[in-house]
Each structure stands twice: as C-alpha cells, then as structure tokens.
Write a protein that binds this ligand. Sequence first.
Ligand code: 26V
Length: 819
Amino acid sequence: TWKTAMRDITSETPDITKSIVHHVQTSLARAPYNIDDFGAYQAAALSVRDNLIVNWNTTQIEYSRKSQKRAYYLSLEFLMGRTLSNALLNLGLLDQYSSSLSSLGFGIEDILVQERDAALGNGGLGRLAACYLDSSATQELPVWGYGLRYKYGIFQQLIKADDGSQLEAPDPWLEHQNPWELPRLDVTYEVRFYGSAQRWGEGTGRATWSGGQEVLAIAYDVMIPGYGTRSTNNLRLWESKPKRGFDLQSFNAGNYERAVESSNSAAAITSVLYPNDHTSFGKELRLKQQYFWTAASLADMLRRFKNLEKPISEFAEYNAIQLNDTHPTLAIVELMRILVDEEELSWDSAWTIVTNTFFFTNHTVLPEALEKWSVPLMEHLLPRHMQIIFDIVTVEKRFPGDRDRLARLSLIEEGFPKQVRMANLAVVGSRKVNGVAELHSNLVQKNLFPDFVEFYGLSKFGNVTNGITPRRWLDQCNPSLSALITDTLKIDRNVWLKDLYKLKGLLAHVDDPQFQARWAAVKHQNKERLALFVERQLGIKVDAHALFDVQIKRLHEYKRQTLNILGVIHRYLLIKSLTPEERKKVVKKVVFFAGKAAPGYYIAKLTIRLIVNVARVINADPDTNQYLSLFFLPDYSVSVAEILIPASDISQHISTAGTEASGTSNMKFCLNGGLLVGTVDGANIEIAEEVGDDNVFFFGNLTPDVEDLRYRHTYHPIPVEQKSPALAHVLNTVSSGIFGSDGVYEPLLNTIREGDFYLLTDDFDSYIRALEMVDEAYADRTEWVKKSIRTTAKMGKFSSDRAIQDYAQEYWNIESVKF
Ligand code: 26V
C-alpha cells in the first residue's frame, strides 16, 4: 500500500499524508516499500511533532513577552507513558491521522502500540507529575517541569517461569531515537561536586566554593500540549556529561581506563531511575542526582529571570517552585548559595526570597521514606551546602522552646553519623507545605510536623487533594465510554473534558433502561478487550461475563496485596468445599494483580511469587476455575493500566488506615465506572464523600485506632486462630505447601503471625464481609449499573484541572497566558 500511496501523491493528497511520507523519506531515510508498523509510527510521530514544535515555540515566546509569574514543578519522576495518542487528542488531529495512516495501509491502533512508554517514575508520585503537566498546559498556565533524562527508566519486570518470582531487566527506552524530545545542546550548565568552601566577608555568611569535579548538564525539552488549546508547555530534562571528553594526561600516558574514569562517573549521574519508592538508602549517586538536577534547574530559572531585567529582590514575585516531595530540597540551599555568594545579598534578604519562592508537597508519612543524608557525605560532596545548612540551624536555635522541642525541630538528627532531615529543611525553607488528600494533610500536621505547626501556625500548612487528567484516564483509555457520555450529556466533548463537574448531568439518566444497557455494554466491551490482552500475554482464556476485580499498584506491605491474595485463597477454599450444585450460585470472579516490587524488597517479591503460584493452582483446578480465576500481569506500566482500568467492576485500595497518602488509581477506576473496595484511607474518603457511602465498599479499622492496635500486637499478642479462624485456616493452607513446598512463604506468613504491623489479622474478617457485600450487590445487575453511573457522575472533583487550579491560586499565584 505504501508503494502505491507514495506513487500516487498528488496535489490532492492530504497534507498530513504528505507529511508522514516526507518523514519516511527524509528523517528516517527509508524506502517506503520496507516500512513496517514501527517505521510508520516513527514517521507519524515526527509529523505530529512538527505541529507541537510550532505551538511550543509560540507559547514560549508569549511567556517571555508577557513576563508574568511562572511556576516550576521539580520532580525526580515523570511517568509519562505514551505520547502519540495523547498529542493527537490534544491537538484534535486523531481522526485525520487515523485516516491518513489508513490510506497508507496502516491501522491507527497498530501504530499507537508501537510506542514505548516513557517510564521515568516509580508510581503515583511520578504519574501525578505527568497529570499535572497535562492540566497546566490545558489551562494555559505558565508551568514548566524539571526532571532528569534517565537513560534507563523503571526496570522491566519478568516473571520467572520455574518459580514465579520477579526478575528485573533494564528499560533501554532511548534505544530508538525519541521523537518527543528536542535536544538543546546549546542550553548547558556546569555543576560542581566535592571541592572546598572558604568563608569570606566577616559576618555576611558568604563563601567561595571551588575545586572538585565539574559536570555538564544538557537540556532536553519535552513538549507538553494542552487539550484544545495551542498552549504547549515544556518539560526540561537534564542529561549529565563530562565537562571535558576525557583526561588527556592519563590518555597520553597510556592509561586509557583512568582517562575515561571521570567521564564515566559524570555520565553515571543520569543513567538510571532509582527503582525503590518509600525507602531511603542514602546512596551517594542518588544525592548526586538530586544536586545535579536542582543546580541545573535553578541556574536555568535564574538565567530566564535575568532576561526580565528586574532586581533580584523580586525573584519570588516572578517565580514559584513546587518541590515534589523532599527529593529537590537541595534547591532551597542552592538558591541561598546563589543569592548570598554570587548575588552578594544579605543572609536575611536571601532567606526572605527563598522562603517566598518554594512550596513543598509531602507524599507519604511512612518513616522509612523520609529522606535523611549523612552529614559526612554532604560535607564531602557539597561542602558549601553543608555550611549553609549549619547556618540555617544556627538561626533555628533562636526559636523558642525547650531542648527536646528544639531537637525535634532541628534540621540535624543527632547520632553516628549525624543526619540532615530533608523534610524539616523543606518545611523551614518553604512558604507552604501541603499533603495530597484531606486525611493525609491532617496527619502531616498532627503526626509529622506538630512542632512546626505550633511554631509557624496552621496557615503554613494546607491540603491539595490529588487529581488525574480525564483526557488520558477517560477519553483516551475508554473511548467508548467517552462517546456515550458526550452523546448522553448532549454537550461537546471538549466542554466536559475541561469541566469534569459536567459529568453530574449523567445523573438525570440513571433510571433510563436504554442508557443503563449502553453503559453496561461499554463495560463489557472493555472487559472483552482486557480478556483478549490476557489471552495474548498469558495464553489463558478469560470469561468476560465474570466480575472483574483489580488491584494494580507498586507492591508494598502497607498496600496489603497480601490481604487480597489471602482473601482469594479463602474464596478458593470456600468454593472448593461446596457441592457442584451449590457452586452454581457463586458469583463468578476474575482477580487481576499487577505491579512491580523494588528489587531489594524481599517480602514484596515473595508476595508476587505467592500470587503467581496461587494463580497456577487455582486456574488449573477444574472444580473451581469457572467460578474463580486469578492473573498476575507482568510488567505493569501506564499503558497496561490504560487497558485494566476501564475493564474493572471493582478495584481494591486496601492500605492500612492512615498509610496511603492519597492514591490516584482509585480516582481513575471510579471515573471509568468501577466501584471501590477500600479502607477508610487517603482519597478513598473523599471519593466516598462525593459518590455516596452506598456506592463504596468500605471495611477495616480506622486511622485513630491503628496506633493502639499495633501497641497491643507488641504487648498483648493474640494468636491468629483466636482473632480470625478464617485467616488462620488460610495461613495454614499456604504453609501446608499446596502453592509450593519447602516453606518458601514462611517469612511472608510470619510478618502476619508475628507483629502484624499492617494489621491484616485485625481487618481480615471485615475485608471478607466487604467482598461478600460486593457479591450481593453484583447479583442485582441493574442496581450495580446504577451505582457505576452514579460513581462516574460524581467524579468532577478529581480532575487534575481542579488540583492545578488549587495550586495556581492558593500557592503559586500565577495566571494563565492567553494568546
Ligand atoms: C520516596 C523515595 C525515598 C528514597 C528513595 C527513592 C524514593 C522514591 C520515591 C519516593 C516517594 C514516595 C512517596 C510516594 O510515592 N507517595 C505516593 O504519592 C502519590 C501521589 O501523591 C499518592 O497518591 C500515594 O498515595 C503516595 O504513596
């Protein structure tokens, strides 16, 4: 078809077709007759990119011309997923590219899946950053993202065929050229490490930092188109490179290894994304990443600010910087260094600017995730920054309060070695601190930073409940539902996709049997799509008429995938104990899991192994497998989520109360008409407030009771047999070896039998009851469909457009730039 199409190009050929063909012949330098789907993807992407570049340029020129205040989102993670379909949607060109590609003999669906995910993130925190970029551009807000251009994104997950355990493989996502980035080889900064700091200017706090190693930061710009606007923002990612190619002296002396050593160490900085979330390791390379990125980003902002020709004292009037967790906290210290040492401002004026510029979002209250850096490491790598931190501590010592309180407020934790508490530094250096859902923000104030609340007052602390972009998480991943919504609301798609509260118009149709039938048909179609995906991946047929139950997220003890799998075993044993006649009354169910475990997280990896091996037994059991089946989908990603989420009847968000800061997939499932099974935690609470308690299946102990329950586990332990006979039976069944002998799972089971920090023994029975309620509700299919419609209809609050408006108005004080 290509051959003919190419020969047939005339003045009548649509411009888009011409542009695709042009890129095949020029950018790809390929002959049309051997172009495959991947080549067609590349050519289409390059052609779409031409449009983005024009809009991007216009937008950036407008930003400079208007000289308004800008905001910067500093995040070590941006979990972007695929770009082509999103760019086509946002540019309003999907139909045109579909038909051009089809005239060239390609199906758009086949082309879109050629793209590799950009997976520069671990989970919720990184995906949130991606949603926020989409919403900022859509609302024409002058917001840039700053991050790192990792050569390798989050690892690829493989499941070992013999024992079902997780294996990690690298993710060389840049192997083929990436059409979505513009290398800016002219935008570079030098970033220093090590060396020494000499104070000068008695009493001014100034110093000179010199020597050490200098590394080059090179900018790569990723264009972020807004939906239904020409506004196209920028995500600037830094790559590290040696300042000089290699050490010529060693090279000439014949020591080639030595000659490239330092250049290798420079390139190593942006080589790989750290794959562990929620556990801080204190590794030097990670600290290097953090400084490299914050230093390059601040230098870039300062250069842009200087073009405005405003006095430096007005920096905070033109720039707001959002810190995505504590990872970029060094930016606070780096800005102090620049203002005091280079701009020669007084310490106090510098501090005023800094504390008006930065805003800090906390994303977890788990103590193991709170970053601390050893003082000796900091002194070695960043001697000047360590001095500045000690100077901030000196000022802090003037705070009122007793010694204990001052110790709790301190940026330095005593011990061997001493450690810098990055969260405390982020709080004192920021204008406002926020959590990511109501409950979480309260815990941030009451449990994490109570002394700071007392010192600064409540006004420094706030909440911005997370949100998700309805463009990717409804329109793109669920086009049938989007079409049905547009048809039902009788308003333009681009209206409700930009004002998600409009979805409540669906409520007027809840009782319309025809609408209910169409709604149910869309869900079924999405379940068939998932079934096909699973069959291709795992070679097992899936019954799309069964209830689809999904839990997809990073593997972590606090998220309690273990509770879910033990619940599945409970259900299996129950069905197995029924007579064939009794079994016919059972609600048919398919359970899906997906998610990665940090490579060094032993218990999380053991949980995956248990799930995979339970699946092998259950799916092979002819007594039960028409009533219950189980799948662990390997290599979870944004793109896999886009298939799973629209297909769920229920999804599980079952963290121990008070541990999941917000959760964002809960919002995605509900937006797609899936119902929640969950604990009273994170954003589940606000979702229930919106959709109504009767549309959510809540269970489990509440946050205020967790502390006391844990205390009792330690000092007054009760055997599992007494607390939950049902759970004890399940644990014993696993121990008995039917899912693998040799006691492989004992360490996992023992986390529950002993200590049970995440309260599985306390919540198991009420969890099982919640799942029984799901079965009962699902049996009345009309009522179920109504619940599903009502849920989607009430999701307006959870658009990331609303969340970004909160940040823009309450925190950054920025306005949109229209042109
Ligand atoms: C922490 C660390 C600690 C040091 C090692 C590397 C690393 C990488 C990431 C993190 C971030 C952990 C915090 C986090 O991801 N929180 C999640 O944020 C989501 C967005 O706000 C929220 O929905 C989830 O509930 C929360 O767990």
